[in-house]
Design a protein around this ligand. Structure first.
Ligand SMILES: Nc1ncnc2c1ncn2[C@@H]1O[C@H](COP(=O)(O)OP(=O)(O)OP(=O)(O)O)[C@@H](O)[C@H]1O
Ligand SMILES: Nc1nc2c(c(=O)[nH]1)N=C(CO)CN2
Length: 162
């Protein structure tokens, strides 16, 4: 059995629809889905706001590479076009952690190297897992104390399950 934490994001087109597409794609393995947050972009600042959320998924049949592949298939289903690094996208699925697996393979870095400093990941993750620990970094609740939550707004009017 593996349990993964996935960060999903969209800032192009039907943003909520794309996040829902991801949730539907993981419906058979879904343990929890966080609230939806509207977030100011980081990385490339001159782009539209994102919707972000975190999913917890679990399966006896999927290893860390399987979670990556399933996320990438959903990105393709969302007709994502790879253009700019950190640029606009219909759907991004990042594998944040898979249990306490460590990987330095550039195709699958685990834990995700940006997670510890991204409020867009840490805030929704804490919502669904208050005791979560990011391997190598510590409790998510503590990491959040060192990160600015500016530009991260909870959107309770948007729900991931229709
Ligand atoms: N933990 C991970 N989750 C998802 N993709 C990963 C992970 N580690 C490495 N990758 C690789 O990253 C590439 C995808 O990069 P992508 O363009 O989505 O990056 P990004 O989302 O713009 O930036 P960031 O990875 O900083 O969020 C893929 O080739 C994938 O194999
Ligand atoms: N707020 C926010 N900004 C981003 C995001 C994201 O998910 N949320 N993803 C990016 C590329 O991975 C680049 N910038």
């Amino acid at each position: 059995m593996t349990r993964a934490v996935l960060s999903i994001g969209s800032n192009l087109g039907d943003r909520l629809g794309y996040l829902r597409l991801a949730v539907a794609g993981f419906a058979d393995v879904l343990v929890a889905a966080s609230p939806v947050y509207e977030t100011a972009p980081w990385g490339v600042l001159d782009q539209d706001d994102f919707l972000n959320a975190v999913l917890i998924v679990e399966s006896a049949d999927v290893d860390e590479w399987g979670w990556l592949r399933r996320g990438q298939q959903l990105e393709r289903d969302a007709e994502r076009v790879r253009e700019l690094r950190w640029g606009p996208r219909t759907l991004d699925v990042d594998v944040v952690t898979v249990d306490d697996v460590r990987s330095t393979d550039p195709e699958l870095l685990l834990p995700h190297p940006g997670a510890h400093e991204r409020a867009t990941v840490l805030i929704p993750w804490l919502d669904v897992a208050p005791d979560a620990v990011l391997p190598g970094h510590g409790p998510v609740a503590e990491l959040l104390r060192g990160v600015s939550a500016e530009g991260v707004r909870r959107r309770d009017d948007l729900t991931l399950t229709p």
